[in-house]
Ligand binder design. Structure first.
Ligand code: DC
Length: 231
């Protein structure tokens, strides 16, 4: 007798910056043997293109033209997730406070979002993905089997971001990190299209005082429950 194949799920993780989404999503993807999908990296990569070209974000025609000529791929090099922009590895360059802000601004554009969502759905079309972002459970994969809204206090999130960028050129003070993060959160939550919000059926997890292991374990319980229900 053959063991029944368990259908591969979609795990959607949304939440504000610094809530721990990347760390947790990468761990889950590894444990499950699923694809890790960092949708923020896709917006960051496009923001990089915008910056390189010195584009005016309010020029829709230009934005559309550049979008058509932009290929964004999520890849894995020696077990480390990365992003290619027209074949060029931009993985490390997009992790700066400046690109965080620009990605947040670029992501308010309807045509940019439409293109990214199209790419994201293509990646997830066969299931077996752990996707993290702002609109995964609400817009990209509204039928995802597991939806998590990961949050943490704004002080703790800013502290984590500050540590992440420590020593990097262009890093400001802790106060600047807090205010940049607040500005970005506000924009991501208040934009007209696909704002960051908790999906109705998402499980909320606050990671302020939790270690990564505990959060991963809690989400794995949810995933196992869904896997059993789906058999
Ligand atoms: O997750 P991140 O910090 O790398 O995301 C950078 C920006 O990209 C974020 O401030 C808003 C935008 N973004 C988005 O609008 N939708 C997503 N699914 C992911 C990111």
């Amino acid at each position: 007798m053959f063991a029944k194949q368990v259908r591969k799920l979609i795990v959607a993780i949304d939440g504000p910056a610094g809530a721990g989404k990347s760390t947790v999503a990468k761990r889950l993807a590894k444990e499950l043997g699923y694809t890790y999908m960092d949708t923020g990296a896709m917006y960051r990569a496009f923001a990089w293109r915008v910056m390189e070209q010195g584009m005016d974000l309010s020029d829709e025609r230009e934005l559309r033209r550049v979008l058509q000529q932009t290929n964004i791929e999520l890849v894995e090099h020696f077990g480390r997730p990365g992003v290619l922009l027209n074949g060029v590895d931009v993985t490390d360059r997009i992790r700066t406070p400046e690109l965080s802000q620009l990605a947040s601004r670029v992501s308010t554009s309807k045509i940019v979002r439409e293109r990214m969502v199209e790419l994201q759905r293509a990646i997830g079309s066969q299931g077996g993905v752990v996707a993290e972002g702002r609109d995964i459970g609400t817009v990209v994969f509204p039928d995802a089997e597991v939806k998590i809204y990961l949050d943490a206090s704004s002080q703790e999130r800013a502290r984590r971001r500050f540590e992440e960028f420590r020593g990097q050129a262009g890093q400001g003070t802790m106060e600047e990190t807090v205010s940049e993060m607040e500005e970005r959160d506000r924009r991501d939550k208040e934009r007209d299209i696909a704002p960051l919000r908790k999906a109705e059926d998402a499980l909320v997890i606050d990671s302020t005082d939790s270690a990564v292991d505990g959060v991963v374990e809690r989400i794995m319980q949810e995933i196992k429950k869904k896997m059993l229900a789906n058999q």
